[in-house]
Ligand binder design. Structure first.
Ligand code: FES
Length: 197
């Protein structure tokens, strides 16, 4: 990701943040920002790790956390979502279903669900095309951009599509899966930007 791309992503992030509740209403899933920051504003500015309590994050829900000026999507996947992510019908439509582009995730997330645990997705909300923030579209139903939509993230800027593991579809402008940032989970506390205690 170039600096220019990051800046574009930031701008897009702020735009999406302003409209988050409208989007949430459309799909019936709340996507609030997590407000309980642990580090100070000064620490955040220099990219310190961010810890949030995800104990109340419900199955099927997404929250957005800011880390290093970027939106981090945190999704609690349902068992139905997990099963869908493993289906051949979806896998065959993806460019890198096995996370073989190793620069896009830490080693512990180089697996089918691109995560430390199957139920929790932690993804940078920055499209790998030109840095827009994809929209959370978890519903499994025909969409104007995909009549066989299986739930995931849609980037309206140029039409890139990702599944609920951040894996990019084939034949879209985005060249790679969404980045998985370094993170760890201790009980209900998710820390982004730090991998070990
Ligand atoms: S920035 Fe997402 S498709 Fe172009």
């Amino acid at each position: 990701m170039t600096q220019d791309g990051v800046n574009k992503g930031r701008r897009r992030f702020l735009y999406i943040a302003a409209g988050a509740m409208g989007a949430a209403g459309a799909v019936g899933v709340a996507t609030p920002f997590v407000k309980s920051w642990y580090p100070s504003e000064k620490a955040k500015a220099v990219g310190a790790p961010v810890s949030v309590d995800i104990g109340t994050l419900e199955a099927g829900e997404m929250r957005t956390v800011e880390w290093r000026g970027k939106p981090i999507f945190v999704v609690r996947r349902t068992q139905t979502m997990i099963d869908s992510l493993k289906s051949d019908g979806l896998m065959n439509r993806l460019a890198d279903p096995q996370s073989e582009v190793t620069s896009q995730q830490p080693e512990y997330a180089q697996n089918l669900l691109r995560a430390r645990s199957e139920d929790l997705a932690v993804l940078e909300g920055v499209c790998t095309h030109l840095g827009c923030a994809p929209e959370f579209r978890p519903e499994v139903e025909p969409q104007p951009f995909d009549e066989n939509w299986m739930g995931g993230f849609f980037c309206p800027c140029h039409g890139s599509k990702y599944d609920l593991a951040g894996r990019v579809y084939r034949g879209v402008p985005a060249p790679a899966n969404l980045v998985v940032p370094p993170y760890r989970v201790d009980g209900t506390i998710l820390t982004i930007g730090e991998e070990t205690a």
